[in-house]
Design a protein around this ligand. Structure first.
Ligand code: 5AD
Ligand code: SF4
Length: 456
């Protein structure tokens, strides 16, 4: 009988979906070195915070959490247990050694391009603090061990795969080009192999991830750069892979082939997250977005020609330096004009080292908060309208999650709406037709219309 792993780890994830994926891959790296997953930080010999640097609030959370972890370490030490504390992700990349200077409880700082070295770094960190934030020439993906089928199943039927990292766009508010580095894409072959492994273990839906995923240009089998449309076409050939999604995109990189993929690839879900950030040309220019409002509107028109029912999503920043009431009114009008199925909105947060932080005309926090509330009300209304248009329809729902309520299972429609239905755990992983009805003013609920167990 196996005695099980001798050391355990716990990764706490902040921020975007790529961090969720990276945390899983950190788990793979540690599993390869004999670590087992712990259920809580209290039970872990190694605790890693996988952090986000996108806005100030996200970055601040790290330091309060380190304080809490230092307490856990003291309590564990009283029981004779040793604990290592690591900081990974974008705060690690941006702040490096400063983290250890400010929070001496931290033993290890590891950037997003170096976590494949975790086993070796952890071993070193037992003796002295270690900082690994370089951008190594080697590709971390070539060094990460593949997860076992059991691990894949435990992670669920909907999986992420990073296909592209970094960004060369340099929007003036954004830290990503500094924390994640220059754009780079993984080869098609490697991605297809990873997807096949996931599908063989039971995954039904894959979301391709990249900070600028539609700038994807990984090598194809012939050694030439492939587009994201080509990659999606290859993945669509995998038997059993029912759904494909990708996020997040830049308007300038939506090429004709990708728009065509939304018409032609059945597995590609009718949902697109395409951030525009502002509806004002003046602000778009100051943000260095390199496109106008009209360019975005025309692009959305072409996408809707290809896939009329597509659900659109976006990101918006309010209170960028110099944003006037008139500029903000243009954002509101754009949101109403497009009719987003969902959208995320944020108060501008000046980030050290980005050009936006140096601009004159920084906006007062109260005004930002007022604008955010107004925008969120309009976004909420759009979401409710989109949901209402689905009332009475029957849509295929992929059941991907258990809920906290017994006898209730959670799934997602092609448009990425979450639907909770009455059903048993056994329908997880299945795609079943669900009749949708409005649940109150804003959200949807539904009922499965075929007997459980009938796979689509
Ligand atoms: N302040 C506020 N929001 C930001 N985002 C990126 N940087 C900032 C910032 N400095 C938002 C953008 C981006 C999303 C991931 O986060 O809307 O699309
Ligand atoms: Fe940041 Fe996206 Fe702009 Fe790149 S395209 S700089 S990731 S907001």
């Amino acid at each position: 009988m196996s005695t099980g792993p001798t050391r355990t780890y716990f990764v706490k994830t902040y921020g975007c979906q790529m961090n969720v994926y990276d945390s899983e891959r950190m788990g793979d790296a540690l599993a390869g070195a004999g670590f087992g997953a712990a259920d809580s930080p209290e039970d872990a010999d190694l605790i890693i915070l996988n952090t986000c640097h996108i806005r100030e609030k996200a970055a601040q959370k790290v330091y309060s959490e380190i304080g809490r972890l230092a307490g856990i370490r003291r309590r564990r030490a009283e029981k004779g247990q040793k604990t290592l504390i690591g900081v990974a992700g974008c705060v690690a990349q941006a702040e490096g050694e400063e983290i250890i200077a400010r929070a001496p409880a931290v033993d290890l700082v590891v950037g997003p391009q170096s976590f494949h070295r975790l086993p070796e770094l952890v071993a070193r960190a037992a003796g002295e603090p270690v900082v690994a934030t370089d951008f190594p020439a080697e590709d971390k993906f070539n060094f990460l061990p593949a997860p076992s089928a059991k691990t894949i199943r435990a992670r669920g039927v909907s999986a992420f795969v990073t296909v592209q990292e970094g960004c060369d766009k340099f929007c003036s508010f954004c830290v990503v080009p500094y924390t994640r580095g220059a754009e780079s894409s993984r080869p098609v072959e490697k991605i297809v192999a990873e997807a096949r492994r996931l599908v063989t273990a039971g995954v039904r839906e894959i979301t391709l991830l990249g900070q600028n995923v539609n700038a994807y240009h990984g090598q194809n089998a012939g050694g030439a750069p492939a587009t994201l449309a080509e990659l999606l076409g290859q993945l669509a050939q995998i038997d059993g892979l029912a759904r494909l999604r990708y996020t997040t995109s830049h308007p300038r990189d939506m090429d004709d082939a990708l728009i065509g993929a939304h018409r032609d690839i059945e597995q590609l879900m009718p949902y697109l997250h395409l951030p525009v950030q502002s509806g004002s040309d003046r602000v778009l220019k100051a943000m260095n977005r390199r496109h106008t409002r009209d360019f975005y509107l025309a692009l959305i028109g072409r996408i809707r020609d290809a896939r009329p029912d597509i659900a659109l999503s976006g990101d918006f920043i309010v209170g960028f330096p110099g944003e006037t009431d008139r500029d903000f009114a243009q954002t509101i009008s754009l949101v109403s004009q497009i009719g987003y199925a969902s959208a995320y909105s944020f108060k501008y947060s000046p980030r050290p080292g980005t050009p936006g932080a140096e601009l004159a005309g920084q906006i007062d926090e109260t005004l930002k908060a007022d604008r955010l509330a107004e925008l969120q009300a309009v976004i909420g209304k759009g979401r409710a309208d989109f949901n209402r248009a689905c009332h009475g329809q029957t849509l295929p729902v992929l059941f991907d999650r258990a809920t906290k309520i017994a006898g209730k299972v959670s799934g997602r429609t092609p448009y990425n709406q979450t639907i909770i239905v009455t059903g048993g755990e056994d329908i997880r992983g299945e795609i079943l037709p669900v009749a949708l009805t409005m649940n109150g003013q804003n959200s949807l609920c539904g009922q499965i219309v075929v007997p459980q167990g009938a796979r689509r």
